[in-house]
Design a protein around this ligand. Structure first.
Ligand SMILES: [Zn+2]
Ligand SMILES: [Zn+2]
Length: 272
């Protein structure tokens, strides 16, 4: 499937989807068929706790074009025991696990106490360093605290990803200074997404990624339905429109960026 989608020429990577969620898992064949038609050749499926991390790995074993991440989402944040930490390190050693996460701070939903979210993020940053893998960050209304926590890690941590980047341009600049990548979701197609659109126009193209966060955040024109990886195409098209360049240029750059961050090219030879 990967090869066929790549034959389209300009192909895309959905760098953040939850393939194990029922909306997608119930029809994976259809989901991948529509990926192929849309030129989406690779999907990174994301773990949000130990169970879903194991499912992500299972999917990456089953499908050659699927890669996985393992981590603990801020909604489920807790102080990790040594046993928890060892379990994540063990899972991260699987050959198709390309990052730790999603990890982070969510002060919008505040499902867990903020000090616990911060501690859990810090513990997972240690794990990312220990595993020598990038991190995938979920940060909502918490960029100041995030930057405070992450800055001391910047020299040791592989270039990492702010998924669904929702900060303003000033915040984007600080994240770019730390060597991070900004992953742009389907919300950039919404009329009220002016600040996100500004970030997309101003940021260097070699630091942008595209994602769906499927089944959430469905782009226009499918807003209101469950999202799925093939729709990442609408996000890439919107980015091309905003930057005044071609779709092919956006596809080529974001796909190269994803390869660089997640290392499924040649520089991490262990991966099949
Ligand atoms: Zn998230
Ligand atoms: Zn997610």
């Amino acid at each position: 499937m990967m090869t066929e989608a790549k034959d389209h020429g300009a192909w895309l990577v959905d760098t953040h989807a939850h393939l194990d969620f029922p909306e997608l898992f119930g029809d994976l064949d259809g989901v991948f068929e529509r990926c192929r038609a849309a030129g989406v050749a690779v999907v990174v499926t994301i773990g949000i706790d130990e169970k879903t991390s194991r499912m992500a790995i299972e999917l990456s074993r089953r499908y050659s074009h699927v890669y996985a991440t393992v981590g603990l989402h801020p909604h489920g944040a807790r102080r990790l025991s040594d046993r928890d930490a060892d379990a994540f390190v063990h899972l991260a050693s699987e050959p198709k696990v390309v990052a730790l996460g999603e990890m982070g701070l969510d002060y919008y939903r505040d499902r867990q106490p903020r000090p616990v979210q911060r501690a859990c993020l810090e513990q997972q940053l240690e794990l990312a360093v220990r595993c020598d893998k990038p991190a995938v960050f979920h940060i909502r209304e918490a960029h100041e605290d995030f930057l405070k926590i992450v800055t001391p890690y910047a020299g040791r941590l592989r270039p990492s990803v702010l998924h669904c980047f929702s900060g303003d341009w000033a915040t984007a600049l600080r994240c770019l200074d730390l060597g991070f990548y900004l992953s742009i979701p389907g919300t950039v197609t919404y009329k009220n997404a002016q600040e996100q659109q500004r970030v997309v126009r101003m940021a260097p193209l070699d630091r942008l990624l595209v994602e769906t966060d499927a089944p959430y955040l469905t782009p226009v024109p499918f807003r209101g339905r469950p999202n799925e990886p093939s729709y990442v195409r609408y996000t890439a098209e919107k980015i091309a429109e905003l930057r005044g360049c071609s779709f092919e240029e956006v596809a080529w750059a974001t796909t190269r960026n994803a390869e660089r961050v997640f290392g499924w090219g040649k520089d991490r030879g262990a991966q099949g």
